[in-house]
Design a binder for this molecule. Structure first.
Ligand code: PLP
Length: 424
C-alpha cells in the first residue's frame, strides 16, 4: 500500500493507457461508447458485465479520478458529481426518502443549510440540527426515521472542528449512516473513514481543485456498507429490497460498494448531475499536489492567524491551529500533524469596519470561494450566508462583524503586509 503522496499521483490509473501509451490520463471527451454487439449492450445494462455505457453514468477519465479519490480517503468507492451541492444532495437522497429525517450540524456551509432547511423539505425530508463541537444534543434527536447524520469535519465559515468520535459512537449505537463533508480539511489532512465515518463528501471545487478553475463534487463510501444495510434492513429498505426502477435489483446482493452503486444507477441516471470529463481531468492534475498545497496553506494560515491575534483592532481570531482556540486539541488529535487548513475568520468592531477592511485589502480578492491558491476575503453574513435570517445567522455562528479569509499560496509576509495596511 503506497503512501498519500504517491497515491495522489498514481492511484486509479491501473496501466498506462492501452492504445496510445499516454502517460497522463487522457480526457475521454465522449458522450457514449460503442457496444460490440446487441448482446454485449444487453449484458452491460443487466449488470452481467461491467463496461461503459453513457457519460451521464460513467466515463473513463472520471473513473480514474473516482478511484484515486476513493484511495486517498481510504474508501471502497467514489462517485463524482458536477458540484459539491449535488454530491451533498445525492448523499442525502440516497439515504433518506419522504417521511424520513436527517440530523445535521448547526455549523455548516450556508448552501448546505439552505438545502437542508428548505429544499429537501420539499421532498418530504426533515432536517434537525445538532451541535457539532460536542454532539451533546445529537442522540435525543434520532428516531427510527433518522437516516443520516450530516456534519463538516472542519466547518465553513465557523471553522469548528467536529467531535468525530462522539458523533460516530452515537451513530453506530443507533444504526444511522454518518455523512461527513470533508471539503475544508481535505483528504490530505483528515480521512473521516479511518475514524469510522460511513460516507465522505467533498466540494472538489475547493482544495482538491486549488486553483478556482473547476466546479465538482464527490461521494466516497467506506468498505463494508452492505453489512451495515443488512444489519439495519428494516430502516434502509432502498438497499435491501428490490429496486423496481432497475430490473428489481437488490443492492446488498451485488458485490460492489452499495452506496455509490445506487447513487450511480439511480440518482446519476435520473438527476444527471454528472461531472464533465474535462473537469475530471483538471481535478486529476490538481490532485497531484494536494498534500503539498495543504502543508503550505496550513503553515501560512497559522502565521496570519498569529499576526491577527496580536493586532489591536482584531477582537478575536478563529483558527483551530492557534493554541488559544477552543478546538485546538481536537485539531491536533484529528488532523495530520495538527495542520488545520487555510480558512480563518476574525471579528472586528462592527459591520462597517468589516466592510472597510474587505474593501481596503489589495492582494486578497473579494470572492465567495475558498481553497484557491490565491488568497480570498469575504463577508459571510452578506454573501454565503445571506439566505439566513438573523436568528439562523446567530445559531450558525456568523456575526455581521465576521471577516473570513481563505489563505492562498502567496508569501505569507506579503499577506500580512496587505492585512496591516487594510486594518489601519
Ligand atoms: N461544502 C462546503 C464545505 C463548501 O464550502 C461548499 C461551497 O462553498 C460546498 C459544499 C458546495 O460546493 P460547490 O460550490 O462545489 O457546489
Amino acid at each position: 500500500q503506497y503512501r498519500f503522496e504517491t497515491l495522489q499521483l498514481h492511484a486509479g490509473q491501473e496501466e498506462v493507457e492501452g492504445t496510445t501509451r499516454s502517460r497522463a490520463v487522457p480526457i475521454y471527451q465522449t458522450t457514449s461508447y460503442t457496444f460490440k454487439d446487441s448482446d454485449h449492450a444487453a449484458k452491460l445494462f443487466a449488470l452481467q458485465e461491467f463496461g461503459n455505457i453513457y457519460t451521464r453514468i460513467m466515463n473513463p477519465t472520471t473513473d480514474v479520478f473516482e478511484k484515486r479519490f476513493a484511495e486517498l480517503e481510504g474508501g471502497a468507492a467514489a462517485i463524482a458529481t458536477s458540484s459539491g451541492m449535488s454530491a451533498i444532495f445525492f448523499a442525502i437522497a440516497n439515504a433518506a426518502e419522504a417521511g424520513d429525517n436527517i440530523v445535521c450540524a448547526r455549523q455548516l456551509y450556508g448552501g448546505s443549510l439552505t438545502q437542508f432547511s428548505h429544499t429537501i423539505k420539499r421532498f418530504g425530508i426533515e432536517a434537525r440540527v445538532f451541535n457539532v463541537s460536542d454532539a451533546s444534543n445529537l442522540e435525543e434527536q434520532i428516531d427510527d426515521k433518522t437516516k443520516a447524520i450530516f456534519f463538516e469535519s472542519l466547518s465553513n465559515p465557523q471553522i469548528a472542528v467536529a467531535d468525530v468520535e462522539g458523533i460516530v459512537d452515537i451513530a453506530k449505537r443507533k444504526g444511522v449512516l454518518t455523512v461527513c463533508d470533508n471539503t475544508v480539511a481535505s483528504a490530505a489532512l483528515f480521512n473521516p473513514i479511518k475514524w469510522g465515518v460511513d460516507i465522505v463528501v467533498h466540494s472538489t471545487s475547493k482544495y482538491t481543485n486549488g486553483q478556482g478553475s473547476a466546479i465538482g463534487g464527490i461521494i466516497v463510501e467506506r468498505d463494508g456498507l452492505a453489512e451495515f444495510f443488512k444489519e439495519n434492513a428494516s430502516k434502509y429498505t432502498e438497499f435491501t429490497q428490490a429496486d423496481e426502477s432497475y430490473h428489481g435489483l437488490v443492492y446488498v446482493d451485488v458485490p460492489l460498494p452499495n452506496f455509490c452503486l445506487r447513487a450511480r444507477l439511480s440518482l446519476l441516471r435520473d438527476f444527471g448531475a454528472a461531472q464533465s470529463p474535462h473537469n475530471s481531468w483538471i481535478l486529476l492534475q490538481t490532485l497531484e499536489t494536494l498534500s503539498l498545497r495543504m502543508d503550505k496553506h496550513s503553515s501560512s494560515t497559522l502565521e496570519v492567524a498569529k499576526f491577527l491575534e496580536s493586532h489591536p483592532k482584531v477582537k478575536s481570531v478563529n483558527y483551530p491551529g492557534l493554541e488559544s482556540n477552543a478546538d485546538y486539541k481536537k485539531a491536533q488529535k484529528y488532523f495530520k500533524d495538527g495542520k488545520s487548513s487555510g480558512l480563518l475568520s476574525f471579528e472586528v468592531e462592527s459591520y462597517e469596519e468589516a466592510k472597510r477592511i474587505i474593501d481596503s485589502a489589495k492582494l486578497f480578492s473579494v470572492v465567495v470561494n475558498i481553497g484557491d491558491s490565491k488568497s480570498l476575503i469575504v463577508h459571510p453574513a452578506s454573501t454565503t450566508h445571506s439566505q439566513m435570517n438573523e436568528e439562523e445567522l446567530v445559531k450558525a455562528g456568523v456575526n455581521p462583524s465576521t471577516v473570513r479569509l481563505s489563505i492562498g499560496l502567496e508569501d505569507p509576509i506579503d499577506l500580512i503586509e496587505d492585512l496591516t495596511q487594510a486594518l489601519n
